[in-house]
Design a protein around this ligand. Structure first.
Ligand code: MN
Length: 293
């Protein structure tokens, strides 16, 4: 199979999010059509927190898309207005379908707050098509040992959260076909990723150095491939490579987005704000220690 041409290599920008979160974000707003159906990828940290320093995102709403949290170090505690609750530990993933609307909090675990420690993870936003923006909210949590993985011939590893990579089928039941995998390659090792023609294929590098279809991708870059037919071949540099693979069928729909809401029209955004203000996206009911509302 031929290799896809590379459409662009985007350097991730470090920026401070609400609450003081330091994130590395490779998706600039102006290029969102190139990454459709994805909306955003935040790399949280890596950062070392002292006791009492860790921060997160208190109660806030979402509507019209899905948020996916994947932790590599540290612990985040999630609560939502749909009754979802869990601590996302290293290697674990949480796939939250906001759909018609949800209010959630994403905060360091009590232990993380008290003791501090290393925090490193990713949050991905996956858009929903107009036909599915108002589906009921849903929460899927998987522990590290639930994530299917394989060891490559050269000693690297592939963990598949969703979709199929290297013959491994991911664990998450996704609304649409979305591929999300975490790949670690040994020096010089190569991985072939087959992506259906017409689908978006993105590679986010976050360790070592990588060559994607003969294009250099230093640490902290997002490689956007053309949607033509052809494979994506990632090759590690002399110090190995660590990267995420993101694939999916683009929606090609009009988008209206404001803050935590991603809809198709401005009227739908206005309605989302009205529904949130009126409490129709729900509230979080505290069920345990740590967070009270
Ligand atoms: Mn959120």
């Amino acid at each position: 199979m031929s290799q896809r041409a590379v459409a662009g290599v985007i350097a991730a920008q470090r920026q401070v999010e609400g609450g003081g979160f330091v994130v590395r974000r490779p998706f600039p707003m102006g290029r969102v059509d190139a990454i459709d159906p994805f909306l955003l990828l935040d790399e949280m940290g890596p950062v070392e927190y002292g006791p009492g320093e860790a921060i997160g995102a208190p109660d806030h709403p979402h509507r019209g898309f899905e948020t996916v949290t994947y932790m590599l170090a540290g612990e985040m505690e999630h609560r939502d207005s749909n009754g979802g609750h869990g601590v996302i530990t290293p290697g674990a993933v949480q796939w939250m379908t906001a759909g018609a609307g949800i209010v959630h909090s994403e905060l360091p675990s009590d232990q993380m707050m008290q003791r501090g420690g290393r925090m490193h993870g990713f949050q991905l936003w996956v858009n929903l098509p107009a036909s599915h923006k108002m589906i009921p909210p849903r929460y899927q949590g998987y522990e590290a040992y639930d994530i299917p993985s394989t060891t490559l011939p050269g000693g690297g590893t592939v963990r598949v959260i969703s979709g199929v990579v290297a013959g491994v089928v991911g664990v998450v039941d996704t609304t649409r076909s979305v591929t999300y995998a975490h790949v670690t390659l040994t020096p010089g090792e190569e991985l072939h990723w087959s992506v259906p023609e017409g689908h978006t294929a993105l590679v986010h590098t976050f360790g070592g150095s990588t060559v994607v279809n003969e294009t250099e991708a230093p640490d902290g870059t997002m490689v956007v491939c053309e949607r033509s037919a052809g494979d994506v071949v990632v090759t590690a540099g002399e110090h190995g490579a660590e990267l995420l693979l993101l694939g999916g069928e683009p929606l090609y729909e009009p988008m209206a987005r404001y803050g935590p809401f991603v809809m198709n029209t401005r009227e739908e955004i206005v309605r989302a704000f009205e529904d949130y203000e009126a409490g129709r996206l729900g509230t979080i009911v505290a069920t345990g220690s740590g967070i009270s509302h």
